[in-house]
Design a binder for this molecule. Structure first.
Ligand SMILES: Nc1nc2c(ncn2[C@@H]2O[C@H](COP(=O)(O)OP(=O)(O)OP(=O)(O)O)[C@@H](O)[C@H]2O)c(=O)[nH]1
Ligand SMILES: [Zn+2]
Length: 355
């Protein structure tokens, strides 16, 4: 077992006892996929940066650049093959964020792997939107990463209690923090999810304070914040980074613009995690394909009428399910479904006419 020496020695200068792989985020789930002999022949390396020209990886006393490959992303673990670097074995992931590429095939672009916790960031202002938060949470669950809601700009709002209450009501699986992202105290607030060998990432719309939080964790201005970024509108290009950085205490922070553009697609399982209670109700509806509108024997509407289920929440659920289906279906699948529906309508019309 790997011991977490940071608990014994504290962090900072006395880091010498921590195994280098642990500092890079090596965990039992990865160790279980290999053994000591293989690790000597093919040392584990973690992907820290992805560039068009190659992958920057790091292991114990190892800093290498591997040929680029589409099946690997930031945060991944590989067993480095010195002879044939492009054959380095990719270890199974703990979690994976991906984005559907443009076009109608279902190709997806890998964004980040092996993220333990994702901070879903929103501000105590007009950015705050329960539907959008639910969307991000579904994405996080789908990726296999634990979400935490971070409410920033608490210092600018007189209603932070209300925002906090609304965020807490979304799911009892998701903790909520309220912070001023610009103060050093924010590191304390995020601490329970950081720590040696843990990897975190940030999700949220533009301007909510993601870069500010990343900088707070890294202890310096590694990432441009909004104030600087405004230059972009005058034509300056920001470099597209996809990188994994480490804090002083040894936790990994994924900073990738791709996380900002994630869409809801293929998040069926994530939605179930977030709306499991409604899905359970739906299984009790009289009709298996109940749309929970006017059908008799609808358990979902019954719960709503009894005041057990919040109507706006159920409306958001329906919208997300429809949207996920739309994003997930390939064009061919959609055509097939629409054809089937068209045929059904024709049959019903014919049936009515013949009566
Ligand atoms: N008062 C206050 N200002 C904040 C807080 N968090 C962030 N800001 C400010 O909000 C602006 C935007 O913050 P960023 O960290 O750049 O936001 P971002 O989410 O990284 O935005 P993008 O890079 O566009 O995705 C900056 O000027 C920050 O200083 C906060 O908690 N309180
Ligand atoms: Zn129903």
């Amino acid at each position: 077992m790997t011991r977490d020496y940071s608990l014994i020695f504290g962090s900072g200068s006395q880091r010498f006892d921590v195994p280098p792989l642990t500092r890079l985020g090596w965990q039992t789930v990865f160790a279980r996929q290999t053994d000591a002999d293989e690790m000597v022949a093919f040392p584990p390396v973690r992907v820290l940066e992805v560039h068009r020209s190659g992958l920057i990886v790091r292991g114990e006393d190892l800093d290498e650049t591997l040929p680029p490959r589409a099946d690997v992303t930031v945060g991944d673990w590989l067993l480095f093959d010195r002879e044939r670097p492009s054959d380095s074995r990719l270890l199974d992931r703990k979690s994976l964020f991906r984005r559907r590429a443009a076009g109608h095939d279902r190709q997806s672009q890998l964004i980040a792997a092996n993220v333990d916790t994702v901070f879903v960031v929103t501000s105590c202002n007009r950015d705050f939107n329960v539907a959008r938060l639910e969307r991000y949470l579904a994405l996080a669950f789908e990726a296999g990463s634990d979400p935490v809601i971070v409410l920033t700009k608490a210092d600018l709002s007189e209603e932070q209690d209300r925002f906090e209450r609304e965020a807490q009501a979304i799911s009892d699986k998701v903790p909520v923090l309220t912070v001023d992202a610009r103060t050093p105290a924010v590191r304390e607030a995020l601490k329970p999810w950081l720590g040696l060998g843990r990897t975190v990432a940030f999700l949220g719309t533009s301007g909510v304070g993601k870069s500010t939080l990343v900088n707070a964790l890294l202890g310096e201005d590694k990432v441009e914040t909004g104030a600087v970024r405004e230059d972009d509108s005058r034509g300056r290009h920001t470099t597209t980074r996809r990188q994994l950085l480490f804090t002083e205490e040894g936790s990994g922070v994924v900073d990738t613009p791709g996380m900002r553009e994630l869409q809801l697609s293929d998040v069926g399982a994530g939605l179930s995690e977030l709306f499991g209670d409604i899905e359970d109700l739906a299984t009790q509806c009289k009709f298996r394909d109940c749309a929970h509108e006017t059908e008799p024997g609808c358990a979902v509407r019954a719960a709503m009428e009894a005041g057990v289920l919040d109507e706006p929440r159920m409306a958001r659920w329906k919208k997300l399910v429809a949207e996920d289906r739309h994003n997930t279906e390939s064009l061919a699948e959609r055509h097939a479904r629409e054809r089937k529906f068209g045929k059904l309508v024709k049959e019903v019309v014919k049936d009515k006419r013949s009566k």
